[in-house]
Design a protein around this ligand. Structure first.
Ligand SMILES: Cc1ncc(COP(=O)(O)O)c(C=O)c1O
Length: 434
């Protein structure tokens, strides 16, 4: 490292110290955020160092992140993207590729999912001209049962795409088995569940494809970013092509002839020998992340296990503290799972002598941040009023979630003192309302 760079990075370390002003926790005054990123000095240094190199487009750091993350998540391939939403778009779009021949999804085919969801779990289904089929979820786990999904399978069903809700795995072993039996693809939206396990295996390893988000609210962050995971090399190539403008070529930027056949292909109705670097096998996008995101991601990866451990600790402290409080439906881990929680979800019993909004207002007034369970019931949002879809059974719990459910934070920036204040505040509110 040259002297100037070392000096700059030294100043960055000092600057980081300047930012660490601990004003202590003051109940009712200090914000208790529902989500947030936790950064240390190494993150700051990694980002500045990457910026100093002025190599912004994805390169060696991005490739390194992909290989380290794939190994960590026990998948053969991890493909870095601009966000979890673009990872979802790529995962669903990949299933429509001509490369899958008879297995490809075509417009009008159905994908089973849930409406108690984050919008961009469902949007790629619609964006690809496919039809979402909605089933209800359970209160407490906030996931659908395998039975509900099985009942929704019809002649046009080709895939299942569900998120592990707020980090709590759905019954992914039986869901994968169901998918296999009916020749359906399974996409696990793992955006909220990095570090979760089902039957001792990481979530994200059961489906044909899985997705991850690196937005600050999630288990580790790149600021913005996401990833598609798969061990199916055909799907990996399709995702890569769709991510990288639709190109057929897989050369890294700056490379030209990795396949040693750059001027020897004949594809489509192109003239023989047309430059492979400019052959497009898909109608693609550009959803590549940058080297700066990868630099931050690599630094965050060193901490993700401890972040997940703190999330579990915070969740358990809330769960134990609130156990037995009347009128609240508290979250439960799906049997056989070990969730790496995204948040702590509370549903106010519809028969409670207070409205959910009153409890939320009470907490917010005490600077305890709350968030809804994302869209509640997506079908009730203006953007979804007239989208093609099918509902199987009813969405009773989804509607209850829309009015009665919210979550508070478990992210690793929260301290025991903060968690205890959340617990005592909720108890105080409920006790006062009988
Ligand atoms: C389950 C789920 N899927 C997808 C996303 C989208 O991720 P991103 O914000 O990185 O686009 C989110 C975002 O919070 C999410 O919670």
């Amino acid at each position: 490292m040259n002297d100037h760079k070392a000096l700059v990075l030294d100043e960055v370390r000092k600057y980081h110290q300047d930012t660490l002003i601990d004003e202590g926790f003051v109940p009712g005054v200090t914000e208790i955020w529902p989500t947030g990123a936790v950064h240390d000095v190494e993150d700051r240094v990694a980002l500045v160092e990457a910026a100093m190199e002025l190599r912004v487009a994805a390169g060696t750091k991005a490739r390194k992140f992909e290989s380290v993350f794939a190994r960590k998540m026990k998948r053969r391939k991890a493909l870095l993207t601009t966000s979890g939403s673009s990872a979802n778009l790529l995962a669903v779009s990949a299933l429509t590729s001509h490369r899958l021949q008879d297995m490809r999804l075509r417009p009008g085919d159905e994908v089973i999912t849930v409406a108690a969801a984050f919008p961009t779990t469902v949007n790629p289904i619609l964006q690809n001209g496919l039809v979402p089929v909605f089933v209800d979820v359970e209160l407490g786990t906030y996931n659908p049962t395998v039975e509900k999904v099985a009942a929704a399978i019809g002649p046009k069903t080709k895939a299942i795409m569900i998120a592990h809700a707020v980090g709590n795995p759905f019954d992914v072993v039986d869901m994968a088995q169901l998918a296999t039996e009916h020749e359906l693809f399974l996409i696990e939206d793992n955006c909220d569940a990095v570090g979760s396990f089902y039957d001792g295996e990481p979530t994200g390893t059961f489906g044909d494809l899985a997705t991850v988000s690196f937005y600050p609210a999630h288990h580790m962050t790149m600021g913005e970013g996401g990833c598609v995971l798969t061990s199916n090399l055909v799907l990996a190539r399709i995702v890569e092509s769709l991510r990288d403008w639709g190109r057929d070529c897989w050369c890294e930027p700056g490379e030209s002839n990795t396949c040693m056949k750059r001027f020897s292909y004949q594809m489509g109705t192109l003239p023989e020998g047309y430059d492979h670097k400019y052959i497009y096998s898909h109608v693609g996008y550009n959803l590549k992340a940058t080297e700066l995101q990868a630099a931050l991601g690599l630094s965050q990866l060193n901490k993700v296990d401890s972040f997940c451990a703190t999330r579990r600790h915070n969740w358990s402290r809330l769960r134990e503290g609130l156990d037995g409080v009347p009128h609240l439906i508290l979250p439960v881990a799906t049997p056989r799972s070990d969730p790496s929680w995204y948040g702590f979800v509370i549903t106010v019993d519809p028969a409670a002598p207070f409205a959910t909004g009153e409890l939320v207002d009470f907490l917010e007034n005490r600077k305890i941040g709350t968030r809804r369970l994302f869209g509640g019931n997506l079908l009730r949002h203006p953007g979804y009023i007239d989208v093609p879809h099918r509902v199987v059974g009813d969405l009773t719990n989804t509607d209850i979630i829309m009015t009665q459910t919210f979550h508070v934070g478990v992210y690793p920036g929260l301290t025991d003192e903060m968690i205890d204040y959340v617990v005592s505040s909720i108890k105080e509110f409920v006790e006062a309302r009988g």
